[in-house]
Write a protein that binds this ligand. Structure first.
Ligand SMILES: NC(=O)c1ccc[n+]([C@@H]2O[C@H](COP(=O)([O-])OP(=O)(O)OC[C@H]3O[C@@H](n4cnc5c(N)ncnc54)[C@H](OP(=O)(O)O)[C@@H]3O)[C@@H](O)[C@H]2O)c1
Length: 237
C-alpha cells in the first residue's frame, strides 16, 4: 500500500475535477487525507465549490512564483498536474516545487522533521556544488595514473540528524518537532512497499550506512583548500 496520503491537483478542469472526485471518495477509508485544488482564480467556480463540499481544500496559486508554489505544496506528497494543454510550461516549476517538499522528511518551514531510529547515526552530506568543484579539481590537477581506477571518498559534513537540528535550532531560534520512526517501522513500510525510497533511505542511514567510509579513508585531504560547506550553512543560507 502506498504511503502517499496528501494530494494536490493543479488545474481542476475537465479531467482534474474527475480525478479530485475519485481521490475525495477515498477520504472516508483513510487512504487519502487531503486533496488540495490549485487554481489561479479566486472567482466562484461551481465545479470547485462542489469538490470543496466533498472535502477538498482550495489554494490560489501563481504558477510563475516558485516561492508561492513551494509554500502551497508544503506537506503534499503527490502533485497531479492537469493544467490545460496550453499551460504545460508551468509544470517544470510545479515539479521543482514538489520535489523540494518531500526532501528527506525535513519540513523546516513548518518546524517538522522525521527520521529513523534515535537520530544519532552519522551521515555524510556533500552539496552538489562541492562535489562538482572537487571533481573538476582532481581531473585537472592529478596525473592520470592517480586517477585510473581510483575511488575518491569526499564529504562536506559527517553529522547526525539530531546534531543538524540542534545546530539549526541554536542558530535560528526556531523549534523543530521531530517524529522518530523505529527501524522496525521502516522495515515494515518496506515490506508493504519495496519502492518506498524514503523509508529505504532512512533505514540505511539509521543503520549507519550513510557514510562514505571510515574517517581515514576520506579523500578531502587531497585538496585542503576545498572547504566544502557544512549542512548548517546549506540549510540556513
Ligand atoms: N479532458 C480530457 O478528457 C483529457 C483526457 C486525457 C488527457 N487530458 C490532458 O489533461 C490536461 C488537462 O486537460 P483538461 O481538458 O482537463 O484541461 P482544461 O479543463 O482546459 O484546463 C484545466 C485547468 O487548467 C488551468 N489552466 C487553464 N489555462 C491555464 C493557464 N494558461 N495557465 C495555468 N493554468 C491554466 C485551469 O484551472 P484554473 O483556472 O483553476 O487555474 C483549468 O481549469 C491536458 O494536458 C490534456 O491534454 C485531458
Amino acid at each position: 500500500m502506498s504511503t502517499f496520503k496528501n494530494f494536490a491537483i493543479a488545474g481542476v478542469g475537465n479531467i482534474g475535477a474527475v480525478i479530485a472526485e475519485e481521490l475525495l471518495s477515498l477520504k472516508a477509508s483513510g487512504k487519502v487525507k487531503e486533496v488540495v485544488l490549485l487554481t489561479r482564480s479566486s472567482t466562484k467556480n461551481e465545479s470547485i465549490d462542489k469538490l470543496v463540499s466533498q472535502g477538498a481544500r482550495v489554494a490560489a496559486v501563481d504558477y510563475s512564483s516558485q516561492n508561492a508554489l513551494e509554500s502551497v505544496l508544503t506537506g503534499i506528497d503527490v502533485v497531479i498536474s492537469t493544467v490545460s494543454i496550453n499551460a504545460l510550461d508551468f509544470q517544470a516549476s510545479l515539479a521543482q516545487a514538489a520535489r523540494l517538499q518531500a526532501l528527506l522528511g525535513f519540513d523546516l518551514a513548518n518546524g517538522k522533521a522525521s527520521y529513523g531510529a534515535d537520530g544519532n547515526a552519522l551521515i555524510t552530506f556533500t552539496s552538489r556544488h562541492d562535489i562538482a568543484r572537487f571533481l573538476a579539481h582532481i581531473v585537472t590537477t592529478l596525473p592520470a595514473e592517480k586517477l585510473y581506477w581510483s575511488t575518491f571518498r569526499i564529504e562536506g559534513d559527517r553529522i547526525s540528524f539530531n546534531e543538524i537540528l540542534r545546530q539549526y535550532q541554536e542558530k535560528t531560534d526556531k523549534k523543530v518537532d521531530v517524529t522518530l520512526r523505529s527501524t522496525e517501522e521502516l522495515e515494515a513500510a518496506l515490506k508493504v512497499n519495496a519502492y518506498d525510497i524514503f523509508s529505504a533511505l532512512h533505514l540505511a542511514w539509521a543503520r549507519g550506512e550513510g557514510i562514505v567510509g571510515k574517517p581515514e579513508e576520506v579523500s578531502n585531504g587531497m585538496w585542503p583548500e576545498w572547504n566544502p560547506k557544512k549542512v548548517i550553512e546549506l540549510i540556513t543560507p
